[in-house]
Design a binder for this molecule. Structure first.
Ligand SMILES: [Zn+2]
Length: 176
């Protein structure tokens, strides 16, 4: 599977929706408006920060990161995560080496290099940090009616946060 960050807008949105916990319940709903809002939110936010060094941005916020070279979790492909209240990002290097790097399309092999690659994940998590501390979660903007049998329940779609984060990184690093 090609990492979302290297897909175009439409493919990226589709891939992220498919990864959503509620995908089976939302797949027949037209979500193009709300996913576009999420996308634009990410790119617009990135325009405020792009051309800055991501490491300097993290430092300014007191965010730390560690590279975890131990955990390999096949079946649960997590590449990075942030614990927002601890201001701590973890990069799961084993998963990245085994799954992410080999799936980078030829056109984007520039991003295989160590520091650059890590910056992609730092940038992604930095967006989640901005959401949490400054701008609010994208998934909060509009809840979606999810059907459970005959009942409609309004749910936040986590995939919207991911779409916005990927759009943020694409704009930040001009990955087009
Ligand atoms: Zn994310």
């Amino acid at each position: 599977m090609i990492p979302s960050i290297f897909l175009n807008k439409e493919e990226l949105i589709n891939q992220e929706l498919k990864n959503d916990l509620y995908y089976d319940r939302i797949k027949n709903i037209n979500l193009s408006d709300i996913t576009s809002i999420a996308w634009n939110r990410g790119t617009n936010e990135a325009k405020k920060y792009k051309n800055q060094d991501i490491n300097a941005l993290l430092k300014k916020e007191g965010l730390n990161f560690e590279i975890n070279n131990v955990h390999y979790t096949p079946g649960y492909m997590i590449f990075s995560q942030i614990i927002v209240n601890e201001k701590k990002i973890t990069i799961y290097m084993k998963n990245i080496e085994k799954e992410f790097i080999p799936s980078i399309p030829e056109k984007y092999s520039f991003w295989k290099a160590g520091d650059r690659l890590i910056n992609l994940f730092l940038c992604h998590e930095y967006y989640h940090y901005l959401e949490y501390y400054y701008i609010g979660l994208t998934s909060n903007i509009e809840k979606v009616n999810v059907k459970f049998g005959f009942i409609n329940v309004k749910k936040q779609l986590n995939s919207l946060n991911e779409i916005a984060a990927h759009a943020f990184v694409k704009e930040f690093y001009d990955i087009w």
